[in-house]
Design a protein around this ligand. Structure first.
Ligand SMILES: Cc1cc2nc3c(=O)[nH]c(=O)nc-3n(C[C@H](O)[C@H](O)[C@H](O)COP(=O)(O)OP(=O)(O)OC[C@H]3O[C@@H](n4cnc5c(N)ncnc54)[C@H](O)[C@@H]3O)c2cc1C
Length: 478
């Protein structure tokens, strides 16, 4: 029986929001034979950042970050999601663009692939509608994955139900430039340290070099540039630390950008190999055709005209034509450790489960990962089987643990300490014993750090495979 032909309403799972998390959740549910109705408000109602009606649209960068599953936590999360047959990872792998050690995608091809897989699945029905109130009692198994830009009426209803103000922070978007307007007599292709990465060549980024004088003038222009004004209620809202606007980084000190997105290390200007640039602006391929490039780490709240004026002072970008300019958006999330149980259900109304960025994870990959888990948990509830959350030693488990079991308030009742976080090794339980060298010696320094990462990632994959086998056994028995 399909969702389209009127499935048993008790078995049907409603997913609200067809972004990264909602699409992944719907896919995981349908893959286990249950019908899904996916409610997506675009294009009937758009958000401030989405520009298309496609499912799983990437609102800003086209990067899924590092794909190194051995020494990087987000690379490990990719690997774990692939083991769980993630649709988001399948679509990302099928739409890779060169990006050194990172997994970057053609944003149009990526969302088209997710969209097509969902739209043609016989168990999934897509309804283009805004859910503007809490889902009715008739919906017994619901995943709310409406993201950081949840429409206002639903956000208000959730706030009223949870009885507290949502937490919030700012997320910003970086500009995208037409490749043929970048002056390649000034800029050059090279990945940092010539790193090849997945599908890369070692020369995947466009690099624009700045002298000391140019850098200082640029930083001064950022500081003086005309910025979007905050409304009063916004002034107390923090930025997400991994996504600070360039001008905010510049405010933190004259050298901050040179140690951040403009760091000149691992790059050699072929036209002047003896002189190290003082700073470098990097652009990363944004679409498969290679016609668009985004400025890496240049999310900004500068006014649009100011962005054009100031970014054209970067050597190589004097005649840059912008396909999209940067912007800033308020990003709300739940106080999940308090409100959600360890299966992402709202304690006050367990038929409502939350997924994606609104649970307080940060990033495309993390949002999709939580969507994946929410889908699996919703299936377990519908089939009345019990599955344990993934072990805390896995990236999926560590992320879930941060969200549902994370620190809730500081001891002295000061400000809440639950903040959105990208997956990182700090969220994993420590190793039982320190790694040692092949000949049994204690390791030190970078060698020790590397061995520790190796041990954490191999432990994670062993534990995740065991968890998947156990879950599959329950699923078959149900
Ligand atoms: C401005 C901005 C820039 C960001 N930049 C990056 C970045 O560069 N890299 C990164 O990794 N992460 C970035 N993020 C963070 C985050 O990872 C993404 O927002 C990600 O898309 C979150 O996934 P999600 O599924 O939770 O939400 P989304 O992908 O936003 O999906 C939510 C969906 O719900 C729909 N919806 C909303 N309200 C309703 C409703 N009432 N009824 C029905 N449908 C509804 C929306 O239309 C949308 O399709 C950014 C976030 C913002 C806001």
């Amino acid at each position: 029986m399909t969702a389209r032909s009127g499935a048993d309403p008790k078995q049907t799972i409603h997913v609200v929001g067809g972004g990264l998390a909602g699409s992944e959740a719907a896919w995981q549910i349908a893959a286990r034979g249950l019908p899904v109705i996916l409610h997506e408000m675009r294009p009937v109602r758009m958000t401030e950042a989405h520009q298309t009606e496609q499912l799983a649209e990437l609102v800003c960068s086209n990067s899924f970050r590092s794909d190194d599953a051995v020494t990087n936590a987000v690379g490990l999360l990719h690997a774990e999601m692939r083991l769980c047959r993630s649709l988001i990872m399948q679509a990302a792998d099928g739409n890779k663009v060169p990006a050194g050690g990172a997994l970057a995608v053609d944003r149009v091809g990526f969302s088209a692939a997710v969209h097509a897989a969902i739209e043609t699945h016989p168990l999934i029905e897509i309804r283009r509608q805004e859910i503007s109130d809490l889902p009715s009692d008739g919906w017994e198994n619901v995943i709310v994955a409406t993201g950081p830009l949840t429409s206002a009426p639903l956000a208000d209803a959730i706030r009223a139900l949870t009885g507290e103000e949502s937490l919030a922070f700012f997320d910003a978007i970086a500009p995208i430039v037409h490749r043929d307007t970048i002056d390649m007599n000034v800029a050059w292709f090279q990945s940092r340290y010539d790193k090849e990465g997945p599908g890369g060549t070692g020369a995947d980024y466009i690099n624009c070099p700045l002298t000391r004088e140019q850098y200082e003038t640029f930083v001064a222009a950022l500081l003086a540039g005309d910025k979007t004004e905050f409304r009063e209620w916004e002034t107390n809202t923090p930025y997400f630390d991994g996504c600070l606007p360039v001008e905010v980084m510049a405010e933190r000190g004259p050298e901050t950008l040179r140690y951040g997105p403009m760091k000149p290390v691992g790059l050699t200007n072929p036209r002047d190999p003896q002189t190290k640039p003082y700073a470098v602006v990097q652009l990363r391929q944004d679409n498969r055709l290679g016609t668009l490039y985004n400025i890496v780490g240049f999310q900004t709240k500068l006014k649009h005209a100011e962005q054009v004026r100031i970014f054209r002072t970067i050597p190589g970008l004097a005649h840059a034509d912008f396909a999209r300019l940067g912007g800033l958006h308020r990003n709300t999330f739940l106080n999940s450790p308090k409100l959600l149980d360890d299966r992402l259900r709202l304690r006050a109304q367990p038929r409502l489960r939350f997924a994606g960025q609104m649970t307080g994870c940060e990033g495309y990959v993390e949002s999709a990962a939580i969507g994946l888990l929410a889908g699996l948990f919703a299936v377990a509830d519908a089939k009345e089987i019990s599955i344990s959350p993934p072990p805390a030693t896995t990236a999926l488990g560590a992320l879930l643990g941060h969200i549902t079991g994370g620190h809730i308030e500081t001891i002295d009742a000061g400000p809440r300490s639950f903040q959105p976080m990208n997956i990182n090794f700090g969220l994993f339980p420590p190793l039982a014993s320190a790694p040692i060298s092949a000949d049994g010696k204690r390791l030190r320094g970078p060698e020790k750090a590397l061995a520790k990462k190796h041990a954490l990632t191999s432990r994670a994959l062993v534990d995740l495979k065991r968890w998947i086998d156990e879950r599959d056994r329950h699923d078959v028995a149900a």
